[in-house]
Design a protein around this ligand. Structure first.
Ligand SMILES: NC(=O)c1ccc[n+]([C@@H]2O[C@H](COP(=O)([O-])OP(=O)(O)OC[C@H]3O[C@@H](n4cnc5c(N)ncnc54)[C@H](OP(=O)(O)O)[C@@H]3O)[C@@H](O)[C@H]2O)c1
Length: 250
């Protein structure tokens, strides 16, 4: 029997990048995966097809995880189709290439809402479902910037990633009586379209040169998530796994 057989996992922002990588690994380990996406329906369907082609179970659900009504619809659909939720990966996130002088109030509000409010909305609803079964594994995508600040601006993004760490530790305490763990993953530099769009090819190459193990793959983050969701994560809560190829120690 596969380690995550019988588990239902919801991965937010799983149409591409790290979310896609996490969805593929969780499915490979036996979980049925709900592939949430915002705009990229074709890509989300391709992730579902890839999982099914490998013998796994998955379906896609559209929803902006920073909007209360969308989150309600998303979790209602999980409840209706699966009857439970065991693993929630709060992965959806974004940034805008700006330093503080270039950041408008609208930019600030958008990044805080997308990266942080989404976490609150999804975690609250996810925990309501998980506590019924007295089991849950919540995994939040923070970033290396939560520890050391962003390298070139991105103050809004850095603020959300720092907030996610503190949120994770707090929810870990709230969830413990229900056997709900809550942990964070802080990737370093992972090869994704989002990273390329934010830093450009030259910026990514310059960043990669600073990493002892080179650029990370989405699968590397997926494997870390599967560890936290599986038996290895049973007694881990409130921690942050630094998946950064030796780029940064703290
Ligand atoms: N890549 C890195 O090196 C790196 C490093 C540290 C931390 N991270 C974190 O890892 C996570 C994933 O990063 P990534 O590089 O894989 O990003 P990405 O390639 O830009 O993909 C972002 C994903 O999030 C989804 N998304 C964005 N806003 C959403 C919303 N409001 N509702 C639902 N889904 C939404 C997108 O959906 P659609 O495409 O359907 O719109 C997409 O699937 C983020 O939290 C990021 O901060 C990444």
């Amino acid at each position: 029997m596969k380690e995550l057989e019988g588990k239902i996992a919801l991965v937010t922002g799983a149409s591409r990048g790290i979310g896609r990588g996490i969805a593929l690994v969780l499915a490979e380990k036996g979980a049925e995966v709900v592939v949430n996406f915002h705009h990229r329906a074709v890509e989300a369907d391709a992730v579902v097809d890839e999982i099914r082609a490998a013998g796994g179970r998955a379906f896609a659900v559209q929803g902006d995880v920073s909007e209360r009504d969308d989150v309600k619809r998303l979790f209602d659909e999980v409840a209706a189709r699966c009857g439970r939720l065991d693993i929630l990966v709060n992965n959806a996130g974004t940034s805008r290439s700006q330093d503080i002088f270039e950041t408008s109030e609208e930019d600030w509000d958008f990044i805080i809402k997308t990266n942080l409010k989404s976490l609150f909305l999804c975690t609250r609803r996810g925990m309501e479902m998980m506590r019924v079964n007295r089991f849950g594994r919540i995994i939040n995508l923070t970033s290396m910037v939560a520890h050391r600040g962003a390298i070139n601006g991105h103050c809004h993004y850095a603020a959300t990633k720092g907030g996610i760490l503190s949120f994770t530790r707090t929810v870990a305490r709230t969830g413990a009586p229900y056997n709900i763990t809550c942990n964070a993953i802080a990737p370093g530099i992972i090869e994704t379209d989002g990273l390329l769009a934010t830093h450009g090819p030259e910026g990514v190459a310059a960043l990669a040169a600073t990493v002892p193990l080179g650029l990370g793959k989405c699968r590397d983050v997926g494997l870390a998530a599967a560890y936290l969701a599986g038996e290895g994560g049973n007694y881990l809560t409130g921690i942050c796994l630094d998946v950064n190829g030796g780029m940064y120690f703290h």
